[in-house]
Design a protein around this ligand. Structure first.
Ligand SMILES: NC(=O)c1ccc[n+]([C@@H]2O[C@H](COP(=O)([O-])OP(=O)(O)OC[C@H]3O[C@@H](n4cnc5c(N)ncnc54)[C@H](OP(=O)(O)O)[C@@H]3O)[C@@H](O)[C@H]2O)c1
Length: 179
């Protein structure tokens, strides 16, 4: 499926997230874990693509993600920062992202969170690139349920925790089941 919002777009949407066993993705404005290996995977999946994210996720990075078009959604008309594109709604963000992807020749629009942005886009996504972190984390931000009736695991790989990783994890590529 390629429709990004109500409007429809030709560029597939891909949600990229790291999720604890209990669904937690964030705590107090940051990640609940340190997983350097997964940050490298995030970089590999997102470089060269437009990345749509909420204002709080952008602030958690502290600076724009390099070599990606950072599209930050906020209702605050005053919000601005060098190196990002600000969008007043998710629909506006998707329009910007689609134009950017077409200009760059990017094969996908990446959705980088947080919780509300994932919830509003998961039904329109073509693919989910999930890192399942093998911890049960305390947290305040959750990923929406991944419905097995809608999604099938197309690829998975298990990783032991490296020296800069707090926990072992499994990467999972979900593709939407065809009718
Ligand atoms: N583990 C992961 O993979 C992962 C990924 C991403 C984020 N996170 C974590 O999740 C947390 C941040 O996520 P979050 O859910 O709290 O916040 P968020 O989605 O990043 O940002 C929320 C803000 O985005 C803006 N926004 C959201 N929907 C909007 C819409 N439809 N139209 C206009 N503006 C909209 C609003 O900004 P204004 O208030 O300015 O209007 C809202 O307050 C952090 O802890 C972060 O580390 C984890």
């Amino acid at each position: 499926m390629t429709a990004a919002t109500g409007r429809g777009t030709r560029i597939p949407l891909v949600l990229v997230a790291a999720i604890a066993e209990n669904g937690v993705i964030g705590r107090a404005g940051g990640l609940p874990w340190r997983l350097k290996t997964d940050l490298k995977r995030f970089r590999a999946l997102t470089v060269g693509h437009p990345v749509v994210m909420g204002r709080k996720t952008y602030l958690s990075f502290g600076k724009p993600l390099k070599n990606r078009t950072n599209i930050v959604v906020t209702r605050d008309p005053e919000f601005t920062a060098p190196g990002i594109v600000v969008a007043p709604s998710l629909e506006a963000a998707m329009e910007v992202a689609e134009g950017d992807a077409l200009r760059r020749g990017a094969a996908a629009i990446v959705v980088g969170g947080g919780a509300g942005i994932y919830s509003k886009t998961i039904d329109k996504a073509a693919r989910l690139e999930i890192t399942r972190v093998h911890v049960r984390s305390e947290g305040d931000t959750m990923f929406p349920r991944i419905d097995p009736a809608q999604w099938r695991v197309a690829a998975r790989q298990d990783y032991a925790a490296g020296p800069d990783d707090d926990a072992p994890f499994t990467t999972l590529t979900y593709e939407r089941r065809r009718e």
